[in-house]
Design a binder for this molecule. Structure first.
Ligand code: SF4
Ligand code: SF4
Length: 165
């Protein structure tokens, strides 16, 4: 069940992207690049590692937050994890509702982040909300999304405390 939900979300976002044009051209695909000497990655949703073969050179690390996919900054769209498909937005769990917001982690890297959700196409915002609703219906995915929501809120509080808007 947890994996079925992920497949639905990944399929929905396979054809809907933040902008109608390739937003990676704006920034040289900044969200796919690691700084020299730094190893960054995207968190996999529960069970997601079973959905696509791991391309050569990619690794999955076990972290406190969950399984972290470390890629080589290039990918076939079919292998792209859900976190990458949702970026730069995140569906947050707010009680019984889903609120779509700019992912706090996007503020440091994504040129679209300053514009808020209005910087993305309405189709993309709606698709991210739909994914949040589907994820919330599955207990394992809901728990994971709740943890992401808490981490997002903590990072936003820090950003605001340091004048980050
Ligand atoms: S950083 Fe933002 S604008 Fe650039 S590719 Fe990623 S989502 Fe698109
Ligand atoms: S998996 Fe693909 S979309 Fe995600 S960070 Fe790596 S290259 Fe970018």
């Amino acid at each position: 069940m947890a994996v079925d939900v992920l497949t639905r979300c990944r399929d929905l976002l396979a054809g809907v992207t933040p902008m109608e044009t390739d937003c990676g051209l704006l920034c040289g695909a900044a969200c796919c690049s690691s700084l020299p000497g730094e190893e960054t990655g995207m968190l996999l949703f529960p069970g997601e590692e079973a959905l696509a073969p791991l391309p050569a050179g990619w690794r999955i690390l076990d972290t406190q937050a969950g399984k972290l996919l470390v890629c080589d900054s290039r990918c076939d769209r079919r292998n792209r994890p859900l976190s990458c498909r949702l970026f730069p937005l995140l569906p947050l769990i707010r009680g019984d509702a889903i609120k779509v917001a700019v992912d706090a982690r996007a503020r440091a890297v994504c040129p679209m982040a300053a514009a808020g959700t209005k910087g993305c196409s309405q189709r993309f915002v709606d698709a991210v909300r739909q994914c949040g609703q589907w994820l919330r219906e599955d207990s394992e995915q809901r728990d994971f999304l709740l943890n992401l929501t808490r981490a997002h809120d903590a990072l936003r509080d820090l950003q605001r405390a340091f004048g980050g808007g």
